[in-house]
Design a protein around this ligand. Structure first.
Ligand code: SF4
Length: 380
């Protein structure tokens, strides 16, 4: 989709049969939330996302069985595919032959082979990508920032993300790998704006993938995302985007519809009056992916929103995450955090774990803790 705003002169990055950056239309993308090894369901969802208008479809791939499924998914859909690498970055050599782009998270690289320099791990990933004609995304996320940067910039969370992304861009530069984009995602749209603006100031030629992570349920998640996208795109920042929404599986394509609507409104000058983030209750929830072990996660996110509505005037953040892989880290910034396992929901208050509860028990405990937190705040 074309925008009338002057865009940053980013370089062109080829991804399958599309380009990101270089003045090409902004590419909308999304991610499947089916189990990757359920090939039928994943192909069906990838196709629904592609047909809704996505130029790129992300699939989670955590092990060899996922890779085998990925190879078959590749044969059955014409969608341009991107895979998310988790800590097992060496999987890239198995994944790259089947995809157009690979995303790695610098924060995850830190935790494996700790004695090995991070630059060597990046070079390993880039070599596999180059061999198979894949692009890369350096995907920095607020919930999993490399601890070395968190420590160095303990008073400035945003700079920790930005510097990490700049350093990774430099590592890729040093080996002549140019086919990459960068993302800096946070659940707070204001942080997304600031992080991307700082990065773009330093590296205006690197294409940026925009997103507000864990934006939550629609319509709130769309509003949060719109705040960030309007501010950034009107400054010429952003070449591809994803609207991350907590949605049940058959409706994942709605992320694409939401992204296209935002772009359509902007290209037609239809800016909504952007609501300022004035505090109050903030529910963040992840968009789910194949790592979700219990589909009840989406219903839980809805129930948390309904249950806690009475606290809407209080500046409290509640996080609801879909899995045990990223849930513990991604809830770190919340006052109350829930992350879902197959039969139980884990619950913590800031960084103190409260315990695990059945899906039918956890809401009562959440209400108790929320009431206690409100009383505690009022007493101060
Ligand atoms: S928190 Fe877990 S389930 Fe949710 S999107 Fe992230 S990895 Fe997927």
């Amino acid at each position: 989709m074309s925008l009338s705003f002057t865009r940053n002169p980013t370089r062109e990055v080829k991804v399958g049969n599309h380009f990101i950056g270089g003045g090409h239309p902004i590419l909308v993308q999304s991610m499947t939330a089916t189990h990757t090894q359920d090939i039928e369901a994943t192909v069906e969802q990838a196709e629904s996302i592609r047909k809704a208008g996505a130029g790129l479809v992300r699939v989670a791939c955590d092990n060899i069985k996922d890779v085998e499924a990925l190879a078959e998914i590749r044969r059955r859909t014409p969608a341009n595919l991107v895979v998310d690498l988790q800590e097992n970055y060496r999987l890239v050599t198995r994944v790259a032959p089947h995809v157009d782009k690979v995303r790695y998270n610098p924060g995850h690289l830190y935790h494996v082979e700790k004695t090995k320099p991070v630059a060597d791990k990046v070079k390993f990933i880039a070599a596999a990508a180059a061999e198979h004609g894949c692009a890369l995304r350096v995907g920095v996320n607020c919930g999993s920032v490399d601890p070395a940067y968190k420590e160095k910039y303990e008073d400035d969370d945003i700079q920790a993300m930005v510097q990490c992304a700049l350093d990774h861009a430099e590592i890729l530069d040093s080996i002549g790998f140019k086919r990459f984009v960068v993302s800096l995602k946070d659940s707070n749209p204001l942080n997304v704006i600031e992080a991307n603006a700082r990065f773009a100031k330093e590296r205006p030629e690197v294409p940026l993938h925009l997103g507000v992570t864990e934006a939550g349920l629609p319509p709130d998640g769309v509003i949060k995302t719109r705040i960030a996208f309007e501010q950034l795109l009107t400054r010429g920042i952003g070449d591809t985007l994803r609207v991350s929404l907590t949605l049940p599986n058959p409706r994942k394509y709605e992320e694409v519809v939401a992204g296209l609507e935002i772009l359509d409104d902007m290209s037609n000058g239809r800016f909504r009056s952007v609501p300022q983030l004035s505090g109050g209750l903030n529910i963040i929830s992840c968009p789910s992916c194949s790592r979700v072990e219990n589909e009840a996660f989406v219903e839980l996110a809805v129930q948390v929103k309904e249950l806690t509505h009475y606290a809407k005037e209080h500046d409290i953040t509640i996080a609801v995450m879909g899995c045990r892989v990223n849930g513990p880290g991604e809830t770190d910034q919340a006052d109350l955090g829930l992350w879902c396992g197959s039969r139980h929901v884990n619950f913590k208050k800031k960084d103190v774990e409260i315990g695990t509860f059945g899906y039918n028990e956890v809401l009562d405990r959440l209400k108790l803790e929320l009431d206690a937190l409100i009383l505690q705040r009022q007493a101060v």
